[in-house]
Design a protein around this ligand. Structure first.
Ligand code: ZN
Length: 244
């Protein structure tokens, strides 16, 4: 089985289209999304429609959750908060219902999905240091959990090499055969934050237990122009060019 894992799409339609075109060439059986389908970006309706059309299986991110609810997310930064209000006004009733029904965790045959952490998915905590993943690694019933939220690609794992202790790697290809448990962030399709503006996504091949990270150029100018035309904060357009 070959999975494609899409992190934090953030309503970036151009990046999603480019990634789906690439995936069509890669002999993929199932496309997964670790949440934040929308928020920040300026094509929320089109992105939701395309995710549904392409049978992408998503879990709920903190932006999805905020947009689906009626509560003002005062804990968000001002740019995110503005984008939440704007996105809410764009969605149809059906799209908002679909968003509100996304699960926080999805258990699949070969892996588990959560947006932030597996042990407390509803808190949307950040995994910024390897030890932040300990709770998720302890909780994991299978071997592999895909997460998003930080928009920074990393593989955090416990294996023979680490003597069962938690270690991390930013290698683009990781052999997971000897791994006991892994939390994998495949980066972000729609708003990368590792100073590489190319869209990021992961491929997990269960036949050979190989995980690989892909980067893909897309038309950033087109998507940043859409953000400016929507009247969203300029920084949300600029950061796509910078990968921050
Ligand atoms: Zn996000």
């Amino acid at each position: 089985m070959r999975y494609a894992i899409l992190g934090d799409l953030h309503a970036n339609l151009t990046a999603l289209e480019a990634v789906l075109d690439e995936i069509a060439l890669l002999d993929i059986d199932r496309i997964l999304s670790v949440g934040d389908v929308i928020g920040y970006g300026a094509a929320p309706c089109e992105t939701i429609d395309l995710v549904r059309e392409a049978s992408v299986l998503p879990v709920m991110g903190n932006h999805d959750s905020a947009i689906a609810s009626d509560v003002d997310p005062c804990w968000f930064n001002p740019m995110a908060r503005q984008a939440v209000a704007w996105s809410r006004a764009q969605l149809s009733r059906d799209q908002r219902k679909w968003l509100s029904e996304l699960p926080l965790v999805e258990e699949l045959e070969h892996c588990t999905l959560a947006h932030a952490t597996l042990d407390h998915p509803e808190r949307f905590d950040y995994i910024q240091r390897p030890s932040d993943a300990d709770g998720s690694l302890d909780q994991l019933e299978g071997r592999i959990c895909f997460v998003g939220h930080t928009h920074v690609p990393v593989v955090i794992l416990r294996d023979e090499e680490s003597g069962g202790l938690t270690r991390y790697t930013v290698d683009r290809e990781v052999d997971l055969s000897d791994c006991k448990a892994a939390v994998i962030n495949a980066g972000s399709v729609g708003q990368p934050r590792d100073e590489d503006p190319r869209a990021a996504f992961g491929i997990y091949d269960t036949e050979n237990s190989l995980y690989s990270l892909r980067r893909l150029e897309y038309d950033i100018e087109r998507e940043s122009a859409r953000i400016l035309a929507a009247g969203l904060p300029e920084m949300l357009a600029d950061r796509l060019h910078l990968g921050i």
